[in-house]
Design a protein around this ligand. Structure first.
Ligand SMILES: Cc1cc2nc3c(=O)[nH]c(=O)nc-3n(C[C@H](O)[C@H](O)[C@H](O)COP(=O)(O)O)c2cc1C
Length: 256
C-alpha cells in the first residue's frame, strides 16, 4: 500500500472533554481533547494543557481538576469553552455545577460522565503541561447506565479529529475488545499445519504434533450421561500428511 508523508501535527479520534477548575476563586471550564488514561491502579488520567490557558493556572493553584464528557446537546457550549478563555470571559454560569469530594474540581450536571481528579504529577513540555490526576470519583447519569456500566451510545460522547477539526459521534459497535483477537491464528510456516476439532487444536510442525485443549470449556454431557465433555476429536482422525498416524482424544470430567 503506498503512503504519502503529511504534516506531523495529526492524531486520530480524541475524546472531547470539558476540564473544570477554579481559577482565582471562579469556576472555569475549558474544552480539552488531549486526554488519556495513564495508569490502571490507582486509576489516573492525563490532560495536555497549553501553559497560557487559565485552566493551567487553576490546576497548579488547587492541585485538582475535573474531566467531564459532554454529549451532542452540549456541542455548542463545549466549543465556546474551546474558543473563549476564562481570562477574557466568565464561563462559570454556562452549566449547572456540582461537586464530589474535591471542592476545587467543579463538575457539570448536564454531562453524562464526570470524573473528579486530584493532581498527582505535572510533566512540563515546551508549550504544554501534561497534568496527571488520580480519579477520586466518577459520576454517571442514571439514564446512561446499563447494569451499572455506562453505555457509550446512551452517553452519546463527542469525538474530535484533527487537523480537519470536526466533531463526531460514535458509530456502530464492531466487536468485543480483548475477545476478537482470540479468533486470530498466526499464519503458519509452510511446513506447519493446524486443525481445530471440538476444543482440540492440533499443530503439526515437521514431525512434531502438538495438541492444545482449553480445560475451562465444556460441551455438555457425553452420550452415557455420566461425564461432561471438555474436548474431543470425535473419533479417530488421521494426521494430514502422516495418514498412517491416527489420533483419538476425549477429555472429560465426572458429572457432579
Ligand atoms: C474541541 C477543542 C479541544 C481542545 N483541546 C485542547 C487541549 O487538549 N489542550 C489545550 O491546551 N487546548 C485545547 N483547546 C483549546 C482551549 O480549550 C481554549 O484555548 C480555551 O479557550 C482555554 O480556556 P481557558 O483559558 O479558560 O483555560 C481545545 C479547543 C477545542 C475547541
Amino acid at each position: 500500500m503506498s503512503k504519502s508523508r503529511i504534516g506531523n501535527n495529526v492524531f486520530f479520534s480524541m475524546p472531547v472533554t470539558l476540564v473544570g477548575t477554579v481559577v482565582q476563586k471562579k469556576v472555569n471550564f475549558m474544552a480539552v481533547a488531549w486526554v488519556s488514561r495513564v495508569n490502571a491502579q490507582p486509576p489516573e488520567i492525563g490532560i495536555g494543557i497549553n501553559k497560557t490557558h487559565a485552566t493551567a493556572e487553576g490546576i497548579i493553584a488547587n492541585k485538582a481538576f475535573s474531566v467531564c464528557f459532554p454529549n451532542r446537546e452540549l456541542m455548542v457550549r463545549t466549543d465556546y469553552c474551546g474558543i473563549t478563555s476564562g481570562k477574557a470571559a466568565d464561563k462559570s454560569k454556562l452549566f449547572k455545577v456540582f461537586y464530589g469530594d474535591i471542592k476545587s474540581a467543579p463538575m457539570i450536571e448536564e454531562c453524562p460522565l464526570c470524573l473528579e481528579c486530584q493532581l498527582t504529577e505535572t510533566v512540563e513540555g515546551k508549550s504544554n503541561y501534561f497534568f496527571i490526576g488520580e480519579i477520586k470519583g466518577a459520576f454517571a447519569d442514571d439514564t446512561c447506565l446499563d447494569e451499572g456500566a455506562i453505555d457509550p451510545l446512551k452517553a452519546d460522547y463527542l469525538l474530535l479529529t484533527m487537523p480537519d477539526n470536526h466533531y463526531w459521534s460514535l458509530g456502530e459497535k464492531l466487536g468485543d475488545a480483548w475477545k476478537e483477537g482470540k479468533k486470530y491464528h498466526q499464519p503458519l510456516d509452510s511446513n506447519m499445519r493446524r486443525y481445530t476439532m471440538k476444543n482440540v487444536e492440533m499443530t503439526l510442525e515437521g514431525n512434531i504434533l502438538t495438541m492444545k485443549v482449553d480445560l475451562s470449556k465444556e460441551f455438555g454431557p457425553s452420550s452415557s450421561g455420566k461425564t461432561i465433555i471438555i474436548a474431543s476429536t470425535e473419533g479417530n482422525v488421521a494426521v494430514e500428511g502422516h495418514e498412517e498416524a491416527k489420533v483419538g482424544l476425549n477429555v472429560y470430567r465426572k458429572k457432579s
